[in-house]
Design a protein around this ligand. Structure first.
Ligand code: PMP
Length: 398
């Protein structure tokens, strides 16, 4: 059966790469592909206890709830935001079913077909998909290791009059990049000057390997008018709980809540209540120290493999946090081809090309270092190097 009118979703249907990643799950392949935290580090017992408390508290926790979210959870989130320098009142926080839903809601509220969104290049794939579904015109702004280039950004703001600028300034997906303070301020100054909204996606800032925390754009935006900020418990607690949030200008939060009503009425009351009980008792700081230590160790193991090889073969910027290592291979190579050989060798990654909103750099790839243990990472990197050797050797013989 063909559904010719389902054009919105057909425009983003699966690529060959996605099909390959699906095969990986059913085989004995070490995967650096997904953006997965390590389930061995999930606070399983504490979550179990929190869910038990929900059921002990009676039927009310299983009832419909307000679209904006559980009021106690919103208070707890606003306290966490204060620690990051973001002055968001709990009334101005919308609880979402993961931060992915927050991105989708913002797109739903703002985008009509043909409207422009400015993004980094490369950018988070599922955000690009969300914007594509609303038939947006996605324009990439030139970026370097410190963030978007202000001159190019201003020119594109003036030329395209974007509905918003979508960025991940702290430990981005896919690049693991962190914007400098100067570039953050430059972005905000331009947003104020041209009256444009910024969407700051911040799922990774708690997973930092440095003492100092980068300042969120939402904390620089003291007027609270130009930044919509979204984050999540997916990377620090567990993604299966599906709790994220959105905060920013009051009117936009109100519209986003209305838009949410047509999706799911509200995020699961059970999960929200459980998260409240969980946060009340859980030593989050201690947990974060553990995650940071563990993930940094795994990153080091992964990087050691790259450092050991021919110094001219790879190029990457060492991540200061987050979950991803973004690598460029200094050869004429398409990493989608490399992936096929890598899967045969028993390892997977995501080729870089689909992350680009402009001209794709096909010699790039994204490696996740948080899901596998250090031992498995060693094995996986060994396989990846073997796959690369094979592909490069076959070139010589071609
Ligand atoms: N934003 C970014 C940059 C992400 O990497 C992810 C997870 N892959 C999300 C948003 C969505 O996370 P969740 O919906 O689990 O909160």
């Amino acid at each position: 059966m063909v559904y010719p009118f389902a054009t919105r979703v057909q425009s983003i249907t699966s690529s060959a790469v996605r099909d390959l990643l699906r095969i990986i799950q059913s085989r004995d392949v070490i995967s650096f592909a997904g953006g997965l935290p390590d389930e061995g580090l999930f606070p399983v017992q504490e979550l179990e206890l929190a869910y038990q408390k929900v059921f002990l508290s009676g039927g009310k926790s299983l009832q419909y709830g307000p679209t904006e979210g559980d009021s106690e959870l919103r208070l707890l989130i606003s306290e966490r935001l204060k620690e990051k320098g973001i002055a968001a009142s709990h009334e101005n926080i919308l609880v979402t079913t993961g931060s992915q839903q927050a991105i989708d809601l913002v797109a739903k509220v703002f985008l009509s077909p043909g409207d422009t969104v400015l993004v980094e290049d490369p950018a988070y794939l599922a955000a690009l998909q969300a914007f594509n579904i609303y038939e947006a015109n996605i324009i990439a702004v030139q970026s370097d290791a410190d963030g978007m280039i202000p001159e190019d950004l201003e020119e594109k703001i003036v030329t395209h009059r974007p509905k918003f600028i979508y960025v991940i300034p702290t430990f981005s997906n896919p690049q693991g990049k962190v914007w400098s303070k100067k570039r953050r301020e430059a972005l905000l100054n331009l947003a104020v000057k041209h009256n444009v909204l910024i969407v700051e996606d911040d799922p990774y800032s708690d997973l930092r390997f440095t003492d100092e925390a980068p300042i969120p754009l939402a904390a620089i935006d003291t007027l609270g008018k130009h930044v919509l900020y979204t984050s999540t418990f997916s990377k620090t607690v567990a993604p299966g709980v599906r709790i994220g949030w959105l905060t920013g200008p009051t009117e936009v939060i109100r519209m986003s809540a209305l838009a949410k009503q047509s999706s799911d009425l509200h995020t699961s009351t059970i999960d929200q209540r459980a998260m409240c009980y969980f946060l009340q008792d859980f030593p989050m700081q201690q947990h974060l120290y553990r995650l940071r230590e563990q993930y940094k160790q795994r990153l080091d193991v992964m990087q050691a493999y790259l450092k050991k090889s021919d110094p001219n073969l790879f190029q990457w910027v060492e991540p200061k946090g987050g979950m991803f290592l973004w690598v460029s291979i200094n050869r004429e190579i398409d990493t989608a081809d490399l992936l096929k050989v890598a899967v045969e060798e028993g390892v997977a990654f995501v080729p870089g090309a689909p992350f680009f909103a402009s001209q794709p750099q096909t010699n790039t790839l994204r490696l996740n270092y948080t899901h596998a243990s250090p031992e498995v990472i060693e094995m996986g990197m060994c396989r990846l190097m073997a796959a690369l050797d094979k592909v490069l050797a076959s070139r010589v013989h071609d």
